[in-house]
Design a binder for this molecule. Structure first.
Ligand SMILES: O=C1O[C@H](COP(=O)(O)O)[C@@H](O)[C@H](O)[C@H]1O
Length: 254
């Protein structure tokens, strides 16, 4: 497990551009090492800005997008194509414009697929297991997993004090989400923490309290972002407003 590090950018626009540039480089490095790459996408406002920024980068054409697997960290359990789905957002902001391999896009099941949320979560866990190295793991290798951070400190759809914290399966249905919509599907924190690199991306003053609490060592049940650690790297990517209460010991890393 890795120690957290923090990078701060002047504003949300520069943050999105910097994360986009990092993502392209990370995918290039992964493809150079492994011949392919796997990224776990997130949802929310800053994520959409990052996806748009990737789409605008000339260097994106250096990535072999047909050898990138796209997974999701969480999903709002809504019908296919609903604009509030994280999948719909990522497709519109980036994936539809890239030469991706359709079979390497792995959205979480929508609510109109004939499955209840628990069945949908189990189906996603089975899809992850199929992509794992046979006999060695229940999950694929994730080169980078991106997370937004909620004002309450939630990551993916792991919310403060929610029973999902006690779920032992790798993917969980979430009922009674405090943020709409109330039904969701999420990777659990132990699953998130199998990723090689986890990037927590947050912009705006409304995120400052949660970011500060997480980096100050809050408990993960109270502030789920505090429970996130990549196996090689845990990187907080912030704008100045979101970084306002980052503890002093991280300041030299800015
Ligand atoms: O509902 C969700 O919210 C968070 C954060 O979204 P933001 O708009 O406040 O940045 C997001 O990371 C998560 O994937 C999503 O389902």
């Amino acid at each position: 497990m890795s120690e957290a590090s923090v990078a701060v950018h002047a504003d949300a626009d520069l943050l999105a551009q910097a994360v986009a540039a990092r993502l392209v480089v990370k995918l290039l490095d992964a493809q150079a090492e492994r011949g392919q790459a796997a990224v776990v996408l997130t949802g929310g406002r800053i994520a959409a800005a990052v996806y748009r920024a990737v789409g605008a980068l000339p260097a994106k054409d250096a990535v072999d997008w047909s050898r990138v697997d796209f997974w999701w960290g969480d999903e709002r359990f809504l019908p296919a194509g609903d604009p509030e789905r994280n999948e719909t957002q990522a497709r519109a902001a980036l994936l539809d414009a890239l030469p991706v391999a359709p079979e390497r896009i792995h959205p979480m099941p929508p609510s109109d697929a004939g499955l209840d949320p628990e069945e949908a979560a189990a189906q996603y866990a089975a899809e992850l297991a199929r992509a794992a190295r046979p006999g060695t793991a229940a999950l694929p290798h994730f080169d980078v997993l991106m997370l937004g951070v909620g004002e309450d400190g939630h990551v993916a759809s792991v919310f403060p004090e929610h029973p999902v914290h006690y779920e032992s399966r790798p993917v969980s249905a979430v009922r009674g989400s405090p943020k709409p919509p109330p039904v969701r599907i999420t990777l659990t924190l132990p699953t998130i923490n199998t990723a090689e690199e986890v990037w927590l991306v947050a912009g705006g003053a409304d995120k400052a309290h949660a970011v500060g609490m997480a980096l100050a060592g809050a408990g993960p049940v109270q502030i789920p972002a505090a429970g996130v650690q990549g196996t090689s790297r845990t990187l907080w990517l912030l704008d100045r407003a979101a970084a306002a209460t980052v503890p002093a010991r991280f300041r030299s890393l800015r």
